[in-house]
Design a protein around this ligand. Structure first.
Ligand code: CO8
Length: 254
């Protein structure tokens, strides 16, 4: 792939956006490559967690040069949402490691991840309003659910750019890295990758469907069936036997 680098190590997959000269601006081709990479990783049996990051910066938004003269029909065809939704539904834990800028579509990409880690020096925001547009890659839907309605509206109305620390205070990111968000994400992903892939995937499905379900009783019922289904797995037997035998479990992801 021209605009992405993908690698896998110790159960952790990395997707790195690689258009550093333009601050990893999200071109149509880059987003199509991301779609393909996600499709491959969804089927990769050894993967237990995914880290999304950028070379230098995270991403400074959609590539403005590709859309300046677009008509509404062309803008519609440019949509990133199907790919960002695919990322949000990725069957295993996802982490956005935000070093440098995460602006506009770049921040919307990070919002489609389960967990966001930002470097203290990171700069995050939705500056679309300053371009005469508004967020259009899931930001208007995901941001209020992440930080609350009025805070999301204030960010979108002003286009204000936040520091890592301000983003942490707002709940826009979950952790702050003193130095490198990528290094911090690696530590977190390694911790996650110790778990059973089967259990991690079931947990993510249950949380996401519980989050969408307005009726908590119904969500708990659905959780119960997913929970019970895990008792057909090798990893459940291994995890519990290992506890009783006072040893570390050796999960086989089945
Ligand atoms: N698109 C295209 N090129 C970009 C972008 C971008 N988003 N961001 C940076 N670049 C380019 C610059 O034009 C420049 O190119 P060149 O070297 O050829 O002049 C190069 O990257 C380096 O940029 P700067 O010289 O500006 O670097 P600085 O370090 O001084 O500044 C900033 C970095 C602050 C990130 C600055 O470049 C900037 O403000 N970028 C634009 C940020 C922005 O407005 N993002 C929102 C874009 S719109 C959007 O994301 C809509 C999302 C909805 C999408 C819906 C589906 C399609």
């Amino acid at each position: 792939m021209k605009n992405l680098a993908c690698r896998e190590e110790g159960g952790v997959a990395w997707i790195t956006l690689c258009r550093p000269k333009v601050r990893n601006a999200l071109s149509r081709v880059l987003v199509d490559e991301l779609d393909k990479a996600l499709g491959t990783l969804e089927r990769a049996r050894g993967v237990k967690a995914l880290i999304l990051c950028g070379e230098g910066n995270f991403a400074a938004g959609a590539d403005i040069t590709e859309m300046t003269d677009a008509t509404p029909e062309e803008a519609m065809a440019f949509s990133f949402s199907p790919v960002f939704n695919r990322l949000a539904a990725f069957p295993l834990p996802t982490i956005a490691a935000i070093d440098g800028y995460a602006l506009g579509g770049g921040l919307e990409l990070a919002l489609a991840c389960d967990i966001r880690i930002a470097a203290r020096t990171a700069r995050l925001g939705l500056p679309e309003i300053t371009l005469g547009i508004m967020p259009g890659a899931g930001g208007t839907a995901r941001l209020p659910k992440t930080i609350g309605l009025s805070r999301a509206l204030a960010m979108i109305y002003t286009g204000e750019i936040l520091s890592g620390e301000q983003a942490l205070a707002l709940g826009l990111v979950d952790r702050l890295a003193e130095d490198s968000a990528r290094a911090e994400a690696e530590i977190l992903a390694a911790k996650i990758a110790k778990g059973s892939r089967t259990a991690l995937s079931a947990a993510k499905k249950a949380v996401l469907s519980g989050w969408r379900e307005a009726d908590t009783d119904r969500a708990a019922e659905q959780e119960m069936s997913r929970w019970a289904a895990l008792f057909a797995s090798y990893d459940q037997k291994e995890g519990m036997r290992a506890f009783l035998e006072r040893r570390s479990p050796v999960f086989e992801d089945r």
